[in-house]
Design a protein around this ligand. Structure first.
Ligand code: AMP
Ligand code: MG
Length: 491
């Protein structure tokens, strides 16, 4: 066993499994027939101190499919609750196992989770399994988010199980090995507030503070500092989603991480033409999680989080409610400031001018009216050229006038155009993982066993600010026939 640790590089600690009993269930494994690693994220493995060579082979397949417990791991399923589309319910890891926390060479602690690893006591309905396509999809989109510099859980490997799973049709099964700062969710706190003792809730909060917000521990009111810090991180996270046109698709409170990472890639997708009403998820019929609604929903989720902390915020309930309300009311300004700062940078602005916000909204308004591609509009401005999906916009007189106003605005700062252009290159990605390209890569991988399309896409999205000629081949929005793109839950 010691030999195994030395060669694969596992360095597990299991701090979550030392929390009080109600927070998890210890699990034995649900082995699968013939596991095979389909994709391994070698740079990520290296940064975790893991041996990619070892993990790409038979041993890795066994560990990643949940056939073998790696040295030092203590598999558990985590308990949590959550508001799903506004309705509160008990949830938990219904198809995932936390193997433990890998302590990386840089000293950081990362959850290693197997998603699609079989039934748990929290499964209720469902087979506890996942299909190859959606796991590859989470891999590519989470790695694209990493490339974009947006906090996110990551994908270490996708492992085919060699077993079919049954949805509308028979599909090949797979397990995703997910890496996260932690899997603590707003829903974990909702679970504690609803079903655990006051002491257990406090223990959970202290654990989260220790793991993600250690500076809050020394504040006058550590739980208030914790709440403020979570709100701030979420405000920044959502702003960064909005700046790249990312739509999470299922912002239930169980899918909001306390760490501030993007988590649970289900029916998510990137927007092509700018429209705040964009929804891709087939189950989001009311548009609750539409692009333009994401900041509002984040604030709603954070209000649910704040409610769970009331007993810790102040011993007098009325005071606690006041503290929570004050904290939540700051979200809108925090979000707006992160977003404005990001938009200014996308438009090459270094300083602040009073007209900036109106100028930005004017551009977005024009983009919406002319159905301009969001990503490519910013690229056309950066490189002063034309791009796929923007011609209907840039040919209008209104856009010409807007561009003049923008140039006048840039003239008010001391930096020259070259400096603005350099900033815009750093802030406007050359590409996003477009839905039709992701689908093409998934089709090749799942239906033809060809991983090359996926690997090329992975390489391209991993460094979106390179602005390399190869990346230009990924710049086109979907042809109009593919515009009714839909994503499906039950992934
Ligand atoms: P999600 O929509 O991925 O956030 O999942 C919501 C809840 O459903 C979580 O508690 C999952 O563990 C559970 N779940 C999703 N898919 C399955 C499945 N195939 N089998 C059992 N539970 C599942
Ligand atoms: Mg979830």
């Amino acid at each position: 066993m010691t030999e195994e640790k030395n060669t694969a590089g596992w360095n597990f600690d299991n701090s979550y499994a030392r929390l009080p009993e109600p927070f998890f269930t210890r699990m034995s494994l649900n082995p699968v027939r013939s596991p095979q690693v389909v994709l391994l994220n070698e740079p990520l493995a290296a940064s975790l101190g893991l041996n990619a060579k070892e993990l790409g082979g038979e041993y890795g397949a066994e560990v990643f499919a949940g056939n073998r417990v790696p040295e030092g791991a203590e598999p558990i399923a985590q308990a949590y609750a959550g508001h799903q589309f506004g309705h509160f319910t008990m949830l938990g890891d219904g198809r995932a196992l936390l193997l433990g926390e890998q302590i990386a060479p840089n000293g950081e602690r990362y959850d290693i989770q197997l998603k699609g690893s079989g039934k748990t006591p929290y499964s209720r309905r469902g087979d506890g399994r996942a299909a190859l396509g959606p796991m590859l999809r989470e891999f590519i989109i989470s790695e694209a988010m990493t490339g974009l510099g947006i906090p996110t859980t990551r994908s270490l490997a996708v492992t085919a199980t060699g077993e079919p799973i049954y949805r509308e049709t028979e599909l090949p099964g797979a397990v995703l090995t997910r890496v996260a700062a932690s899997h603590l969710r707003v829903g974990t706190f909702q679970y504690a507030a609803q079903w655990c003792t006051a002491d257990e809730l406090r223990t959970l909060a202290d654990y989260a503070i220790g793991r993600h917000y250690p500076e809050a521990a020394s504040a006058d009111n550590p739980y208030r500092a914790f709440l403020d810090a979570v709100i701030k991180r979420q405000a920044e996270l959502i702003a960064r989603w909005q700046l790249v046109g990312f739509i999470h698709g299922v912002m239930n409170t169980d899918n909001m991480a306390i760490s501030g990472e993007t988590i649970d890639y289900g029916p998510c997708a990137f927007m092509d033409a700018y429209d705040p009403a964009t929804v891709f998820s087939s189950i989001d019929t009311g548009g609750r999680y539409a692009f333009g609604n994401q900041p509002h929903i984040a604030q709603w989720n954070l209000a649910r989080f704040a409610e769970t902390l009331l007993p810790l915020l102040h011993e007098v309930e009325e005071q606690a409610v006041k503290l929570a309300e004050t904290a939540i009311s700051k979200f809108a300004d925090l979000y707006r400031n992160f977003w404005l700062a990001g938009m200014r940078a996308k438009l090459g602005m270094f300083n602040k001018e009073p007209e900036d916000e109106a100028l930005i909204h004017d551009l977005l308004g024009l983009m919406q009216v002319h159905k301009a591609d969001y990503t490519n509009t910013f690229l056309a401005l950066t490189f002063d050229d034309t791009r796929p999906g923007v011609s209907a916009l840039v040919e209008t007189a209104a856009f010409g006038r807007w561009r003049e106003q923008w140039q006048t605005r840039l003239g008010k700062q001391s930096e020259d155009w070259e400096a603005s252009k350099a900033l815009m290159r750093q802030k406007n990605p050359a590409l996003i993982p477009r839905n039709h390209q992701v689908e093409e890569a998934l089709d090749a991988a799942v239906n033809h066993g060809d991983l090359r399309v996926m690997e090329s896409l992975h390489t391209a999205v991993a460094d979106p600010f390179a602005h390399s000629p190869e990346q230009m081949t990924y710049a086109s929005p979907a042809p109009p026939s593919a515009c009714q793109y839909q994503t499906f839950c039950g992934t």
